[in-house]
Design a protein around this ligand. Structure first.
Ligand SMILES: CC(C)(COP(=O)(O)OP(=O)(O)OC[C@H]1O[C@@H](n2cnc3c(N)ncnc32)[C@H](O)[C@@H]1OP(=O)(O)O)[C@@H](O)C(=O)NCCC(=O)NCCS
Length: 199
């Protein structure tokens, strides 16, 4: 896979809100990371309904029934500044297939945003989540969001491992069933241009 960057990587599309879609190869598949748009609602519904109960629960924090077009609309129609979502889709003939979504939503008018990410169960542990999450942090930072935060289920140690592996500098505050996780969007250990400041 390519390193986290904003190069066009061979696509002919115009950037959306400054983000240039990029392609990378993953074990025989060509994937594209790009911002979501309103035409993605059908693919988004298929993606969410196809997640395992565990991934749905970790992502949405409760048991969700199948989603429909009305549910999809706010997830696919975003302003690309205060709310942003990147998807990874399989590049193939016919209907595009979403296999991962990472998003942020600014909290009120602050410089903090809530983040969320989920990867199709068949495509987890292949580096796709990390590719999206690092790009999402860069986009957020360009849009003057300095901190990502969110509640994760206390048993979801995977997301903590994942965020640490991405290089984010986590602050974790445990609660009863959840933990509050926050981290700067502009500091990632080991990511060029995003090193923590020297003290
Ligand atoms: C958490 C999640 C987004 C990770 O996405 P992913 O594409 O599988 O992650 P990556 O392949 O990029 O993993 C990067 C690193 O994170 C860590 N990691 C990822 N998944 C992990 C897991 N299940 N257990 C332990 N560590 C894990 C590993 O260190 C991994 O590197 P490695 O494979 O070289 O060891 C994905 O597992 C997922 O969708 N989970 C369900 C939804 C969820 O929990 N969302 C978070 C709340 S919003």
């Amino acid at each position: 896979m390519t390193d986290c960057n904003f190069s066009s990587a061979g696509t002919q599309e115009q950037p959306i809100a400054g983000y240039e879609s990029r392609l990378f190869n993953d074990k025989g598949f060509t994937l594209k990371i790009r911002p979501i748009n309103p035409n993605d609602t059908d693919a988004w519904i298929i993606f969410v309904n196809g997640l395992s109960p565990n991934s749905k629960f970790y992502r949405f924090h409760h048991i969700i029934k199948d989603v429909c077009a009305k549910d999809a609309q706010p997830f696919c129609s975003i302003d690309y500044i205060n709310s942003f979502a990147l998807i990874a889709e399989l590049v193939q003939d016919g209907f595009p297939e979403i296999i991962a979504v990472g998003r942020y939503t600014r909290i009120n008018e602050s410089t903090n945003a809530e983040f969320a990410i989920v990867v199709d169960d068949d495509f987890q542990r292949r580096g796709i989540g990390a590719e999206i999450m690092k790009d999402l942090a860069k986009v957020a930072n360009m849009n003057k969001i300095t901190t990502f935060e969110g509640y994760t289920l206390i048993e979801n140690y995977e997301i903590i491992n994942f965020l640490k592996k991405c290089g984010f500098l986590l602050k974790i505050v445990p609660r009863t069933a959840m933990q509050h996780v926050s981290f700067p969007t502009d500091r990632m250990v080991g990511v060029r241009g995003f090193e923590p400041p020297t003290t």
